[in-house]
Write a protein that binds this ligand. Structure first.
Ligand code: GFB
Length: 314
């Protein structure tokens, strides 16, 4: 793929991942980027998606549009997580194939692997056991998406590949306390507690679950690398390679933010998967490595949050 000349559609450019992809492609000199807002193109509507692809006929597609959220968002909206994601990915993958897209990259998630999978999780562990109940609706949709890519490659020869990122963070994240993931939620809670001189911040669950965090700019770089260097039906894990406990993460965030009060754990909230660490050897063997460590990424994300906090308080 020649980034400068190709027409490239980034589905979901308003989200954390899509916006990072646009930044990465623009930095690479892309001149023919195609994006649409949700108001312009509702990817859940097959008729709209078919009209869009027939008119634009992009060369390459990054499928980063999805209904996403943290543990509470997943719990409270199972139908939307299942339906929206199945609709979006089915419409886009099928229309891309029918309109001669040269290659498509589908974004999945590390929650596709069994809850009690051996750690770190290799791509082969897919469907080897039961899923984590707090996000099984999202996981089932993402598994269907990667299977669609495999099936379209086998039956139609469509060059569709899948990347499975670990938990992501960075500029442009969702900082809503109800629907966000843990990292932006704790950043915002610590920031507000510091400003209000509050004595404590509430951390959901026991603090013992372990998560791996990858900066979204690293993910975008990996996606472009895969688009240019990978052609197979096997999904590829994209992660940092190390994990931290939620308690450790909370302490790191408190230090970055300058919150010196107490971290108060609330065991009435769910922990979710006990551990989620990806084996990234398939990707590193292909020649790609992440660059942004968690301490550095937390500092730059907090700087970004500081510039946008008023607009982000929803
Ligand atoms: O990031 P998170 O919402 O989702 O939660 P998952 C990770 C862990 O952080 C859980 C704890 O153990 C939470 O209980 N946690 C502590 C908090 N304080 C907070 C808080 O204030 N807000 C939030 N949100 N969590 C998601 C899946 O799982 O990961 C998605 O729901 C997707 O489907 C995504 O796979 C990558 O890491 O548990």
């Amino acid at each position: 793929m020649n980034v400068q000349d190709a027409s490239i559609y980034v589905a979901g450019h308003g989200g954390l991942v899509g916006a990072a992809l646009v930044r990465r492609l623009q930095a690479g000199g892309a001149t023919r980027l195609i994006v649409r807002t949700r108001a312009e193109l509702d990817l859940r509507r097959q008729d709209q998606v078919e009209r869009f692809f027939a008119a634009e006929r992009p060369d390459y597609v990054f499928l980063a549009a999805a209904h996403v959220g943290g543990i509470e968002a997943n719990r409270s909206a199972p139908a939307q997580f299942l339906r929206d994601n199945l609709q979006i990915q089915t419409n886009v993958i099928d229309a891309a194939h029918r309109n001669a897209v040269r290659k498509l990259l589908f974004l999945g998630s590390s929650c596709i692997y069994p809850r009690d999978a051996q750690q770190p999780m290799r791509e082969e562990y897919l469907l080897g056991g039961a899923l984590e109940s707090t996000n099984e609706w999202y996981a089932i949709a993402k598994i269907a998406g990667l299977k669609m890519c495999q099936a379209y490659r086998r039956e139609f020869g469509f060059d569709a590949i899948s990347a499975m990122p670990t938990n992501l963070y960075g500029p442009g994240d969702n900082f809503s306390l109800r629907t966000s993931h843990v990292l932006p939620a704790l950043m915002r809670k610590c920031d507000e507690a510091r400003q209000a001189r509050a004595p404590a911040v509430e951390v959901w669950g026991s603090g013992t679950p372990r998560r791996e965090f990858l900066h979204v700019d690293d993910l975008a770089d990996a996606c472009l690398y895969l688009m240019q260097h990978y052609e197979s039906e096997q999904p590829v894990n994209v992660g940092w390679g190390r994990d931290v406990s939620i308690a450790e993460l909370a302490r790191m965030i408190a230090a970055v933010v300058g919150f010196r009060g107490e971290l108060r754990f609330d065991p009435s909230r769910p922990d979710g998967t006990p551990r989620k660490l990806l084996d990234v050897s398939r990707l590193t063997t292909l020649g790609w490595q992440p660059r942004i460590g968690l301490a550095e990424g937390l500092a730059s994300t907090y700087a970004w949050y500081g510039q946008h906090r008023d607009a982000l308080r929803t």
